[in-house]
Design a protein around this ligand. Structure first.
Ligand code: ARG
Length: 470
């Protein structure tokens, strides 16, 4: 006995049902529909339709009356979607058909002329490009605010000494301002990738129609210009099958999310008891329901985790696109959710990190104390032996190692060794060696270009403001 497949609620689709006798199975309707998520493209969809309708009128493909009716109807629909009164229907599959069906209710027969010389394939590519373009612009603005917050803190802490780490082991003293400016550079490269993506994205697919172009005398330059694109895309097959712009958005987003997660992780580490370098504000931390003393860096932890979602989104779309034959395939409907989810995660993460950085109160005393622990000025001592005594660096490295060992045995810092201790290892050492052993002298001496010296950092702050904020 064969089971009957349950039928969906819809009758045969008015949009494409000409050759069908029956409606789709309920499960078909469910798997096929994208309206649940592509409703987020409504503003872009209507902008694309307006540009297309105006072009059809100018080219004499539809009448001015029909064009006016269509444009008026689209305005009404936009208003309904903006104020939340629009009734989105799953049976109508997607945003394109929801708009067109409502247009038919509003303006009658003229609505049926809007789809002349276009297809949902070029329509959806255009909509998503417009959406991603807005997301890129939003991300760029958000990143510039984040950079501004980092630069302000870097300026305030140009001379605040902290341990610099390699292998998460105290390595050499650095200034906090210098450390924060490292992130400004990272986000600067992220913005560079945003700009690259936007530039390559900015070709208009509209008018590619289903895949082969159209027999109507459309003007693709006109629609491209109306929608703020640089030019129409060159090849109709490519135009409807290309999702590189979404992949590039997700790639740059994944790299950005990784950057954000590194900063977030440092905040998590730095506010632990062990480090005690920073206090995060109440606004970006939470308490524990059982342990009254706790202040948890939840926002930073969530930013750290969001990287997983964004990287996942990139992976999702790469796998969806892999091996797809030209041109459009319904597989590509699966492009939207990862793009939306990544865009939301990124916008939220950038905003949260900006707030967190702006509010952070750094403990300069704790940082300086930690900077002095762990023989972080050993390199300064070795450099002094090279500079003052003319020792080859390798030999100086060895002598310094022995002095570190001596200090370790005594349970003291390098600067606490006596001159006699020093001379027991290297007879030529003089008392001026002590000048380079303090952490403050150490950072001051690193005035090479791109280095950590407070004055160098102050110059870098001004330069970063000029490059990224003003
Ligand atoms: N909802 C579809 C998508 O997001 C629109 C394009 C559908 N095209 C088609 N030929 N069925 O990809």
């Amino acid at each position: 006995m064969t089971k009957k497949t349950p039928k969906g609620n819809a009758d045969v689709s008015a949009m494409w049902g000409g050759r069908f006798d029956g409606g789709p199975a309920a499960v078909m309707e469910e798997i096929n529909a994208s309206i649940g998520f592509d409703k987020r493209l409504f503003a872009q969809d209507i902008a694309g339709s307006k540009a297309h309708a105006a072009m059809l009128v100018r080219q004499g493909i539809i009448s001015e009356e029909d064009g006016d009716a269509i444009l008026g109807g689209l305005e009404t629909i936009l208003g309904e979607m903006e104020d939340g009164s629009f009734d989105f229907k799953t049976a109508l599959e997607d945003i394109h058909m929801n708009v067109e069906a409502r247009l038919a209710e509003l303006v009658g027969e003229a609505a049926g002329r809007l789809h002349t010389g276009r297809s949902r394939n070029d329509q959806v590519a255009t909509d998503l490009k417009l959406w991603v373009r807005d997301a890129l612009d939003g991300l760029d603005a958000g990143l510039s605010h984040l950079q501004a917050a980092l630069i302000d803190q870097a300026e305030a802490h140009a001379a605040t000494v902290m341990p610099g780490f390699t292998h998460l082991q105290a390595a050499q003293p650095v200034t906090l301002g210098h450390h924060l400016l490292a992130y400004v550079e990272m986000f600067g490269r992220d913005r560079g990738r945003v700009a690259d993506c936007r530039r390559r994205l900015n070709e208009c697919p509209l008018g590619a129609a289903a895949l082969a172009g159209t027999s109507f005398a459309i003007d693709r330059e006109m629609t491209a210009e109306a929608l703020g694109f640089e030019r129409p895309s060159a090849n109709s097959l490519d135009a409807v099958s290309d999702r590189d712009f979404a992949l590039e958005f997700l790639s740059l987003g994944a790299i950005l999310a990784v950057h954000l997660s590194r900063l977030a992780e440092e905040m998590v580490l730095w506010c632990t008891d062990g480090f005690g370098f920073v206090a995060l504000s109440d606004a970006f931390t939470t308490g524990s329901s059982i342990m009254p003393q706790k202040r948890n860096p939840d926002a930073a932890e969530l930013v750290r985790a969001k990287a997983g979602r964004v990287i996942g989104a990139l992976n999702t779309l790469l796998v969806v696109m892999k091996g797809l034959p030209l041109a459009y395939g319904k597989d590509m409907q699966e492009d939207k959710e990862p793009v939306f989810d990544a865009a939301d995660s990124l916008a939220l993460s950038v905003a949260a990190v900006t707030g967190m950085v702006g509010d952070a109160v750094f403990d300069a005393g704790r940082m300086k104390e930690a900077a002095g622990r762990g023989y972080t000025t050993a390199t300064d001592l070795a450099d002094w032996l090279v500079r003052t005594l003319g020792m080859p660096f390798r030999q100086a490295h060895h002598a310094t190692g022995r002095l570190v060992r001596l200090a370790e045995d005594r349970g003291c810092g390098l600067e606490d060794l006596t001159l006699d201790d020093m001379r027991s290892v290297e007879t030529a050492i003089t008392a001026d060696v002590f000048a380079v052993l303090g952490v403050e002298n150490s950072v001051k001496s690193r005035a090479s270009q791109g280095g950590t010296a407070p004055d160098t950092v102050r110059r870098a702050v001004a330069e970063a403001r000029r490059r990224f904020v003003e």
